[in-house]
Design a binder for this molecule. Structure first.
Ligand SMILES: [Zn+2]
Length: 114
């Protein structure tokens, strides 16, 4: 079992600096295999938003409806995370680790509230 990671810990290529949200065997940008963990800034722009009404399990069902967003990070990686219901596509957000019922998840908040 791998130790729990911060949700903003991503793989970055030592050779070309490209960031990856998944754990590729090699960098798809340059083919390098020197991928290492780095903490991303968590800053980016909301590119998709969806409100979840049917949660996958009872723990999540208690929280429904909740909002999930896809955020294009400054590092050019797309991550999914939770957000406040008022969040909109195109907004600049900042992500942080948040604990919910013992799980660590990624929560995005607006940088410049309206
Ligand atoms: Zn690379």
């Amino acid at each position: 079992m791998s130790p729990p990671r911060h949700p903003l810990d991503l793989q970055r290529c030592d050779d070309c600096g490209a960031w990856w949200a998944l754990r590729p065997y090699a960098c798809a940008a340059c083919g390098g295999t020197a991928l290492r963990w780095h903490r991303a800034t968590g800053e980016g722009v909301v590119i998709a938003r969806s409100e979840v009404h049917r949660a996958p399990d009872p723990q999540w069902r208690a929280l429904a409806p909740y909002v999930l967003v896809l955020v294009q990070l400054r590092e050019n990686v797309t991550l999914m995370g939770h957000a406040e219901s008022g969040i909109a596509i195109g907004q600049e957000v900042s992500g942080r680790a948040a604990e919910l019922n013992g799980r660590v998840l990624l929560k995005f908040e607006t940088c410049h509230p309206p």
